[in-house]
Design a protein around this ligand. Sequence first.
Ligand code: GUN
Length: 291
Amino acid sequence: MTILDGKKVSNDIKEEIAVEVSKMVANGEKTPHLAAILVGTDGASMTYVNAKVKACEKIGFNSTLIDLPEETTEAVLLEKIQELNTNDDIDGFIVQLPLPKHIDEQKVLMAIDPDKDVDGFHPTNVGRMALDLPTFLPATPFGILELLERYDVETSGKNVVVMGRSHIVGRPMSILMSQKRKAGDATVTVVHSRTKNLADITRSADIIVAAIGISEYLTGDMVKDGVVIIDVGITRVPDETKKAGYRLAGDVDFASVSPKASYITPVPGGVGPMTIAMLLKNTLLARERHG
Ligand code: GUN
C-alpha cells in the first residue's frame, strides 16, 4: 500500500511555483496577487482561508484577505466583487464557500470575472471545463488529477466511482476523469444519496473518489483488493483526547480500507494541501494570462 502524500507533492508544487515567481520578479514582471473574501466566522472556512493566505506568503505571492461580517448583505458582497474585478493589481480571487444562508451563492459566483475566477466556479469556466477548453480547473479536482499523475496511477480504462455530486468536487471530478487526458480516459460512475446497491458499485471500482461529507462512511467491506482511494472528506469529529476537542476524519474509514488499497490518500495530508497548491497554480496562470 502506497500513501499518496499530498503534503509532500503540494510542497514540491509550491517550490516549483516559487521558482517561477522569482524568475518573474527578476524579469521585472508583476508579482502574482491572490485575494480571498471570507464572509462570517465559520471555523473551518477561517482555517482554510488563512492557510491559503499563508501559502501565498510562503511562495512569494501578494495576498489580500477581505474579512466581512456574517451580517454582510448580498449587495455589499457583490460590490466588493466588482471592486476586485476592476482592480488591475488583483490577478485572481476567491469567495470562500459556504456563504451565510441569506446570500445567493450562485448569484455571487456569477458576479466574479471569469478571467479572475481562480476557483473555476463561474458557469463560463465550468462550461469551458466540460468542453475541454483552457480554463481554471477547480482546485480540488485539479489537485486530485495532479496527485494521480505524479504517482503514475493508471486511470485509462479503469472503473472510477465518484461518491458525491457536489459542484465543487464530485461533478467536476466525474467530468474530468472521463475526458481524454492524463489521469483521465476512465469509465466513471457517480453515486449519491439516492443510489441503490451502493456497496455493489463501490466494490466494482478500481479507483474511488470519496466526496460525500460523511465521516468514515466508506468501509473495508465496500471495496475490492487493490483499490485506489482518494479521500476528499474532512470533518471535525468530537474527540476529548485531543487538545482542540476534535480530530479530523475523512469520508473513508482508513483503518479498514487501507489494508485493501494499493494507493490511498491520508486525512489530513492528502487532498487538502493539494487544493491549496492548485489554487496557487491557477493564480500563477491568471497572472501569465493577464500578460
Ligand atoms: N469551500 C470548500 N472548498 C472550497 C474551495 O475550493 N473554494 C472555495 N472558494 N470555497 C470552498
